[in-house]
Write a protein that binds this ligand. Sequence first.
Ligand code: NAD
Ligand code: UD1
Length: 337
Amino acid sequence: MKILVTGGLGFIGSETVISLIENGYEVVIVDNLANSKIGVLDRIETITGVRPDFVKVDCCDKEALNQVFDAYPVSGVIHFAGLKAVGESVRIPLAYYRNNLLSTINLVEAMAAHNVYNLVFSSSATVYGDPKELPLLETTPLGETTNPYGETKKMIERILTDFNKANPQFNIALLRYFNPIGGHKSGLLGEDPTGIPNNLLPYVTQVAIGRRDKLHVYGNDYPTEDGTCIRDYIHVCDLAEGHVATIKYLEEKPGLVIFNLGTGKGTSVFGVLKAFEEATGVKIPYQIDPRRPGDVTANYANVDKAEKILHWKAKRDVKQACFDAYQFQVKNPKGIE
Ligand code: NAD
Ligand code: UD1
């Protein structure tokens, strides 16, 4: 069976392509390389021994996308393609609304035109906003998003839900990721942001190899045990395996489903630094900065639904993810060339 993976050269997409191949699926990747390098394709081949089909296409180009469906008969789609930098989305909101919404609408229309009915969408825990109660359940009411990026996720969830009501032959999974970190155990793939990293782990690994002086910890006056924010950090390979479980589920059970993909455990920023030091032996210098606007004190998932229905559970811990992220950074000090 062949799966089309949009954004399949990105951080989460590339790991998912590997998991799909390891589970016997054929893959065709569509990516416009807006935030990824073509070298990732070689690395997927090195790791799996299989070179997936790749077409350089912008999902906002409807005609080109339709041509991909004409050329490659597929049984399902995993839609990772999207812009994801929170700060950038505040500066250029229209680019985010255009890219994330239009690519999704084009994709669903192309699927309908080609009788492809199984879709997995990359949503985010950001749709819950500032949680009133923890852990977060899939039934927890959605909250106010704090930036255009987050709003695109919430809007796409709504678009796909409305679309599914009108087109019940579609099977759609909305996967709400918590905080993906880590990399492939080979050290060949990992998070490779351009410019100054926005997210915690890539910043930490760049400090660890001396590319940056020290980490800026955004606030130590939150109402948590050590004063720093708490998140549910999930190893990207666990997340990838969650997608394979979801694709298998959609093949059997029709309808629209929502799953939290996290570990169910919260870790503070200082907790991550401790795990990083234990995993790598590297102590990360840091300074305390003011809180970052838009950050919530704590969020972590209830993951019972995914465990019960998908028979999937995160197996790797934060320490393992820190080790794998560090390995990737050490082997690729300037990222993937
Ligand atoms: P990424 O930027 O590494 O991967 C996204 C890929 O999509 C990139 O390779 C990029 O070139 C491609 N792309 C973007 N716009 C495109 C377009 N119009 N047409 C074709 N390709 C396009 O990001 P990631 O971390 O792998 O995230 C994948 C998805 O998961 C995104 O939708 C993201 O919003 C979502 N998500 C990520 C996180 C996270 O922390 N990384 C958390 C929650 C949700
Ligand atoms: C952020 C986004 C979220 C998005 C996710 C993945 C916000 C408000 N949320 O999540 O919408 O889905 O990234 O792209 O931006 N931290 C530091 N120093 C740093 C970086 C981070 O102390 O240099 C802290 C943050 O304050 C936070 C934690 O580390 O407490 C995790 O931050 P980050 O990795 O950016 O993820 P989120 O903010 O949870």
